[in-house]
Design a protein around this ligand. Structure first.
Ligand SMILES: Cc1cc2nc3c(=O)[nH]c(=O)nc-3n(C[C@H](O)[C@H](O)[C@H](O)COP(=O)(O)OP(=O)(O)OC[C@H]3O[C@@H](n4cnc5c(N)ncnc54)[C@H](O)[C@@H]3O)c2cc1C
Ligand code: FES
Length: 250
């Protein structure tokens, strides 16, 4: 069984850092993959909650969990000790080398992009990172994100930190002139939809965070309509080709 090595720590308003030592048999996670956590050892809630890998270092998986409802509240109030997780699961981001890349995250959607940024940097890519947040109190680990990128831009909806504005417009403005090879994004659906509509960048990878149930391809609870048919986001994602998703169907 995996082990939660310390009590979850609140690192920004309603956002908690979890450090988990996985089972010895579980593989190394790739950026964009998630783990499916059983919130509680009792019988309710039964359904596991999917949470993206924020970082993986020295055999420890780190996660950032935002309080949303009952399940995440239970996860964030766990004590040090055994924790039931499945994974790492799902289709990860691609890891090219020597490219100019834009990473754009919104809210807790920044979480999977940190590990991605570190791994892309190792491959010699030039990284511009737009960190978007509703307001200053929800920003986590700004310094770590800034260090992991070549250019770091902080944006908040209300202007309480960084420049005022939405990540989507920041990304569109930069993409019009910077000549990026690809954009990687994770955040609220309208944000990712806006970024996926940018035509000046050939490749746009999005990490879908829609509702999951089983998390292992068995129930079709997570299906996303794409130009290539229905795709189960838990196994054919969560990372998907943003340009192929039929966003208006979500
Ligand atoms: C692949 C994937 C990766 C994810 N990674 C992270 C992560 O790194 N950190 C993190 O904090 N969360 C992440 N999420 C979202 C997280 O799984 C949900 O917030 C969580 O399952 C909600 O459970 P709950 O019991 O707390 O809330 P519930 O009681 O189930 O719902 C509470 C409220 O949140 C809304 N909600 C529930 N699930 C979602 C969802 N998937 N998307 C949008 N709104 C939702 C409900 O409509 C409701 O209003 C991820 C989701 C997916 C599919
Ligand atoms: S959540 Fe069951 S198939 Fe994806």
């Amino acid at each position: 069984m995996a082990y939660l090595i310390e009590k979850p720590a609140e690192i920004a308003k309603d956002h908690f850092l979890l450090k988990i030592r996985p089972d010895s048999g579980s593989g190394t996670p790739a950026p964009g993959q998630f783990v499916n956590i059983r919130p509680y050892e009792g019988s309710s809630p039964l359904i596991r909650r999917p949470i993206s890998v924020f970082n993986y270092s020295d055999g420890i998986i780190e996660l950032i969990v935002r309080l949303a409802g009952e399940g995440t509240r239970m996860i964030c109030s766990r004590k040090q000790g055994e924790i039931d997780i499945l994974g790492p699961l799902g289709r990860p981001f691609s890891l090219p080398a020597g490219k100019r890349l834009l990473l754009a995250g919104g809210g807790v959607g920044n979480a999977p992009l940190y590990y991605l940024s570190l791994e892309l940097k190792k491959n010699g890519n030039e990284i511009t990172y737009i960190y978007g947040s509703r307001s200053a109190e929800y920003i986590f680990f700004e310094d770590k994100y800034a260090q992991a990128a070549d250019n770091f831009i902080l944006m908040t909806d209300d202007g309480s930190a960084g420049s005022r504005g939405f990540t989507t417009s920041g990304a569109a403005e930069l993409a019009a002139s910077a000549g990026f090879d690809a954009i990687y994004t994770c955040g609220p659906i309208p944000m990712m939809q806006g970024i996926a509509s940018i035509t000046t960048v050939p490749q746009i990878e999005v990490s879908m965070e829609n509702y999951f149930a089983c998390g292992i391809g068995m129930c079709s609870g997570c299906v996303v309509e794409t130009a290539n048919g229905l795709k189960r986001a838990c196994v054919e994602g969560p990372v998907m080709d943003g340009k192929s998703i039929l966003w208006q169907s979500l």
